[in-house]
Design a protein around this ligand. Structure first.
Ligand code: PAF
Length: 282
């Protein structure tokens, strides 16, 4: 596996791969890799001839300096893990390589970005769009793989690809969960003992709530999920929304949409965790 840190060296290798006629599968990450990421790499491996993974903690998508400083980083471990799943190229640039000049672009994703993560993390999706579009410029992939855990991010990236008329297929991949049900996230490794013990109750409550869809109103279900999670020591719901899976706008009644997704953000102490479940998609 190649470990490349500069745009110049990356361009040379990309030229070689393109000339050989191979298809490129790309998995952008911020490192601190876990099984969820490795599953994305395996999917890329199956679908494409040559797999590239980027590890770059993108400062532009953090609206909180403390969160950026705390974000876990372990490139050596990431490199070792990537070797086990058949990644051909690890691209791990520094900030200057990705942003030789300050990226001042302002994207407009309309109603997709004003709710949930967008509402609670102002500027976050603009930063995500900046880095992903820049990475797509450097890595002309045929397919790029993203986890459905970041449901709203996926919608924003799909919108960005459309807006910029990019020639890359975005492949959504299912959420990977720990045995306890907790959605895999690089942030899980920051959880302290009590938070780690209780965090799986987020997924349990969310998954159990699927059984209420037929019996409760949307409002009653929301109240019940929020109350159950807030009753757990050390957990505090930031938002829980039941939305249309395309527009990401909250629905009032189950009949308002045929594609209904419940999205949640919860603080476990200082660590912010997100998760979601699809209630229906028919
Ligand atoms: O999902 C992530 O890890 C990041 O938001 C991404 C897509 C790698 C952009 O920095």
């Amino acid at each position: 596996m190649l470990n490349i840190k500069t745009v110049a060296a990356l361009a040379q290798e990309i030229k070689r791969v393109k000339e050989s006629g191979k298809t490129i599968g790309f998995v952008p990450t911020m490192g601190a890799l876990h099984q969820g990421h490795l599953t994305l790499v395996k999917q890329a491996r199956e679908a494409c001839d040559y797999v590239i993974v980027s590890v770059f903690v993108n400062p532009n998508q953090f609206n909180n300096a403390e969160d950026l400083a705390r974000y876990p980083r372990d490139l050596e471990r990431d490199e070792a893990l990537l070797k086990t799943v058949g990644c051909e190229l690890l691209f791990a640039p520094n900030v200057k390589e990705v942003y030789p000049q300050e990226d001042k672009r302002i994207f407009n994703f309309g109603m997709l970005e004003n709710v949930m993560e967008g509402k609670h993390r102002p500027g976050h999706f603009n930063g995500v769009a900046q880095v992903v579009s820049r990475l797509f410029e450097l890595i002309p992939a045929d397919k790029a793989f993203f986890g459905l855990k970041d449901f709203q991010q996926l919608a924003v990236i799909q919108a960005m690809v459309k807006q910029l008329k990019l020639n890359v297929e975005i492949v959504p991949c299912p959420i990977v969960r720990e045995q306890s049900g907790l959605a895999m996230s690089s942030r899980n490794m920051l959880l302290e003992d009590l938070q780690r013990k209780n965090a799986p109750l987020i997924a349990k409550t969310l998954l159990d709530s699927c059984n209420f869809v037929a019996h409760k109103s949307v409002d009653d279900l929301k109240t019940s999920v929020i109350q159950q999670i807030n009753a757990v020591e050390g957990l505090e719901v930031e938002y829980f929304e039941v939305v249309d899976g395309q527009t990401l706008q909250a629905i009032q009644n189950w009949d308002d949409s045929s594609y209904v997704v419940a999205c949640i953000a919860v603080y476990a102490g200082k660590i912010r965790l997100i998760d979601n479940v699809i209630y229906k998609n028919s």
